[in-house]
Design a protein around this ligand. Structure first.
Ligand code: SF4
Length: 338
């Protein structure tokens, strides 16, 4: 592949089409992700933002085919990775792709690392799962990986246990495991949320560097728009399982259109303004069982809600090149529709 070629002209690495992921509660199915479509291009960092409960993590687990068995299911849609429809693959084929071509890091590294095994053992497990290498080669590779993510004394730490590391260092180990097989796509689900601010900045810097060195695409899931500004090319905002706005980062910060996005942006503390209270968004994201069946899902919290927002469901539409919004304020109506 020509590395210099702009990602804009290349076919997408990942294409999600009309994804619906449902959970069953008391015998009724509810869509936690509803009619979600998007593309990730090679080497792109796509940010996915929204409050907790907006469907961001369920969407990433759907892509990884890691939904909790028995409760969550892919109800509809297609997930096409590198030209292959993941839905058509067997469990063992998916296992080969997972960890090798698509990998994931989670919010809380301590719960993702096994406390009873050494860091080296857990790294080598990943390598043995996907490559035919000797124990000696796997150990050498593990040390090199730890070094590449900034772990000091990697030759000693390879024999250490997770509890001997700080939160930031554990997240570095998780990143080392995620990139062990040089995946084409990394899904990072709130990778810095559990860390303090200075460590957050270091981990973001590391992710950026690794993305650029390895030519990876990244889906970065976060509730923090500051992280999006720092890291991403493009961003999509999710609310109650749907994409409500999608555009490039610059436009999102300067010309956001959806009322939810503008409220999210308004809730970011400003360095140059003094205020006694930070802005908040009134109300909470509706639970799965309380999502309105008709109309806009944001209607209960929207300061610009109109009577028709209760009955007409907004559809994600392009309002200009590279900018899509799902809000009735921006839908041009056919006058004959009334
Ligand atoms: Fe607000 Fe209506 Fe737009 Fe929904 S469709 S975001 S309720 S104005």
């Amino acid at each position: 592949m020509n590395r210099k070629k702009s990602f804009l002209t290349e076919p997408p690495l990942l294409e999600v089409k009309n994804l619906e992921t449902a959970f069953e509660i008391d015998g009724v199915e509810y869509n936690a992700v509803d009619q979600v479509s998007f593309k990730v291009k090679p080497r792109q960092i796509l940010g996915v933002v929204g409050e907790s409960g907006c469907g961001k993590s369920v969407m990433s687990l759907s892509i990884m085919q890691l939904l909790p068995k028995g409760s969550g299911k892919l109800k509809a849609g297609e997930i096409i990775f590198d030209g292959i429809n993941l839905e058509t693959m067997t469990e063992s084929q998916i296992n080969k792709i997972r960890g090798r071509d698509i990998s994931m890091i989670f919010q809380e590294p301590m719960t993702s690392l096994n406390p009873v095994f050494t860091i080296g053992y857990q790294l080598q497990e990943v390598l043995f799962n996907h490559w035919k290498i000797t124990k000696r080669e796997a150990r050498q590779k593990s040390i090199a990986l730890l070094k590449s993510v900034g772990i000091s004394r990697p030759d000693k730490m390879v024999d250490g246990y997770p509890h001997q590391l700080s939160g930031g260092m554990r997240q570095r180990v998780m990143i080392a495991m995620a990139i062990a097989c040089q995946p084409k796509l990394l899904i990072a689900d709130e990778p810095t949320t559990a860390l303090d601010v200075t460590v957050q900045a270091q981990i973001l810097e590391l992710l950026k560097e690794i993305q650029s060195v390895n030519d990876m695409s990244v889906i970065l899931i976060t509730h923090d728009l500051g992280v999006v500004a720092e890291m991403c090319n493009e961003v999509m905002v999710m609310y109650a399982g749907k994409i409500v706005e999608r555009t490039d980062v610059d436009r999102l910060f300067h010309h956001a259109k959806h009322p939810y996005t503008t409220l999210l942006l308004g809730a970011i503390p400003k360095m140059d303004e003094s205020c006694e209270r930070l802005s908040t968004i009134q109300g909470i994201v509706p639970s799965l069982t309380n999502i309105p069946k008709n109309g806009c899902r944001f209607v209960q919290r929207c300061p610009k809600a109109m009577p028709e927002c209760l009955t007409t469901t907004p559809i994600l539409k392009s309002i200009e090149q590279g900018h899509e919004v799902a809000c009735l304020l921006y839908e041009t109506r056919n006058p004959e529709e009334g």
